[in-house]
Design a protein around this ligand. Structure first.
Ligand code: NAD
Length: 286
């Protein structure tokens, strides 16, 4: 089984560059999909309290027999607890649901600038880092002004910003800023959430043909070759295997540049400046 390359985070932990995202996996499918992924060789799982499947992710981890220290588990603070100031309570509930005594990475899911609590919330995450219940702490959907405030008003810098990033929405300026500050960019929706046809873009289809790989593999290779972490969601074993197998080919500079040119600047998900409450996703709930 091939080892997945990792990126060393400030503070010493290493994040595998490819992981499995479990957004919109219901309880039954989440447990089975994570068990299958761990058997295939995934060692990095990305969940969140608001995916309502932490308990099933935990059961899959326990059943897998994979040693805890070989795994990288991320979960995220839900917006309602962030808003209510119940950060410690929410973190404790996530650990309990996962059946773990620490997570590898704990993220603030959204900055919710209209609520204006992310600085105080971040200080609580700093305490989880200090007491060892989070091996690393980071943010998600934070834009430059939100990060600048954290830098100015708190002590520990986030090591990861998990942001929407795929060929049609690349956030190059934000990524350059993250790079300058030593923050790893982690791509959510790395395959465009299945909302557009990757093969419909000649830059992707042509590279797939040349390298004898799938359009999804080209896109994931584009992410990892440019230094990002990607956490594609896949339930089937075939897609999970395919998504993990992007280490035996290399895109040329011209191929990378052709994908870079696909950026249309339009989001598929929420605008971080406008998300100030719980997000309701049809079919996802307690
Ligand atoms: P994604 O880009 O991973 O796309 C998933 C879709 O692609 C699914 O429909 C899946 O069936 C399909 N797919 C997967 N592998 C494929 C393959 N090899 N060929 C063809 N189709 C394939 O979208 P996502 O699930 O929204 O994002 C990935 C993860 O990012 C989530 O599961 C979650 O963990 C995380 N996420 C975080 C946030 C956030 O706000 N922090 C938001 C959304 C998602």
């Amino acid at each position: 089984m091939k080892t997945i390359p990792g990126i060393r985070l400030d503070g010493g932990t290493t994040i595998p560059q490819l992981g499995l995202g479990v957004f919109k996996m219901d309880r039954v499918s989440a447990q089975a999909s994570v068990e299958q992924a761990l058997a295939i060789g995934y060692r990095h799982i990305d969940t969140a309290a608001t995916y309502y499947n932490e308990r099933e992710v935990g059961k899959a981890i326990a059943a897998s027999g994979v040693p805890r220290e070989a795994l990288f588990v991320t979960t995220k603070l839900p917006n309602d607890a962030h808003k209510a100031g119940d950060v410690d309570g929410a973190f404790g509930r996530s650990l309990e649901a996962l059946g773990l005594n620490y997570v590898d990475l704990y993220l603030i899911h959204w900055p919710m600038p209209g609520v204006d609590k992310y600085v105080a919330t971040w200080r609580r995450l700093e305490s989880f880092l200090a007491d060892g219940r989070a091996a690393a702490i980071g943010v998600s959907n934070f834009l430059v002004p939100h990060l600048e405030r954290l830098f100015a008003e708190t002590d520990v810098r986030p090591v990861v910003d998990q942001i929407e990033c795929h060929p049609l929405f690349q956030q190059r300026e934000l990524r350059a800023y993250l790079g300058r500050h030593g923050i790893v960019a982690e791509a959510w929706g790395p395959l465009g959430q299945g909302k557009y046809d990757l093969a419909g873009h000649p830059a992707i289809a042509q590279a797939a043909g040349v390298h004898g790989v799938s359009p999804a593999q080209v896109v994931l290779r584009w992410h990892v070759q440019q230094g990002r972490v990607a956490i594609p969601k896949a339930a089937s074993a075939a897609h999970q295997r395919e998504n993990l197998d992007v280490w035996n080919f290399k895109l040329t500079d011209a191929e990378l540049a052709a994908i870079d040119r696909l950026d249309s600047g339009s989001r598929l998900g929420g605008d971080p400046n406008l998300v100030n409450d719980v997000i309701i996703h049809p079919g996802v709930g307690p």
